[in-house]
Design a protein around this ligand. Structure first.
Ligand SMILES: CC(C)(COP(=O)(O)OP(=O)(O)OC[C@H]1O[C@@H](n2cnc3c(N)ncnc32)[C@H](O)[C@@H]1OP(=O)(O)O)[C@@H](O)C(=O)NCCC(=O)NCCS
Length: 148
């Protein structure tokens, strides 16, 4: 379901990706957070491709941790950070058409469906339909975010 990541994962590529995170944060290009439960990393939530106060939300979890609301909770936390600390004005997001759980998270968190486009998926080595979403953050009162 992660369009740009090979599956099964390439450990060397993943190590290299993690090694770049501190630099990305310093330059303001991306912020990435581990989801940790009982001392173990169970997933990751991030905002990347940050430019001109717009970023892209992403998330993934270990399969054993699915279905407990963790992705929604983590995404809500980084949306708040994007608005209050990074001062972004808009977030983008997208998911494969056959990944309705991800779409449900986005609509629960106030994202609006934009369109469906064709994109190349690395793990599937095929073109897929991707549903794209947008969420405005500018002037978002903290109280409203907390309600969602
Ligand atoms: C997508 C993913 C992050 C969801 O994580 P999660 O912690 O289980 O998600 P949450 O529990 O916060 O929310 C999932 C929502 O989708 C709903 N859902 C789950 N399966 C669904 C399905 N097949 N159809 C419709 N809705 C579905 C759940 O009921 C829940 O909504 P609810 O709170 O209204 O009941 C997780 O499955 C995952 O890591 N998948 C692989 C990587 C991935 O797809 N990342 C996103 C790429 S865009």
């Amino acid at each position: 379901m992660l369009r740009l990541v090979p599956f099964p994962p390439d450990i060397g590529e993943i190590r290299q990706w993690f090694a770049g995170h501190a630099g990305e944060r310093e330059t303001g290009r991306a912020v990435r957070f581990a989801m940790v439960r009982d001392g173990r990393m169970i997933g990751l939530v991030d905002i990347d491709t940050i430019a001109e106060r717009v970023g892209t939300l992403g998330y993934w979890l270990d399969r054993a941790a699915w279905g407990h609301g963790y992705a929604t909770e983590a995404a809500q936390a980084v949306i708040r950070l994007a608005a209050d600390e990074l001062h972004l004005v808009q977030l983008k997001a997208g998911h494969a058409e056959d990944n309705p759980a991800s779409g449900r998270i986005l609509t629960k968190l106030g994202f609006r469906f934009l369109d469906t486009v064709q994109r190349f998926s690395r793990p599937r080595n095929a073109t897929i339909w991707q549903r794209r979403y947008r969420r405005t953050l500018r002037d978002e009162p903290r109280a409203r975010l907390a309600e969602q």
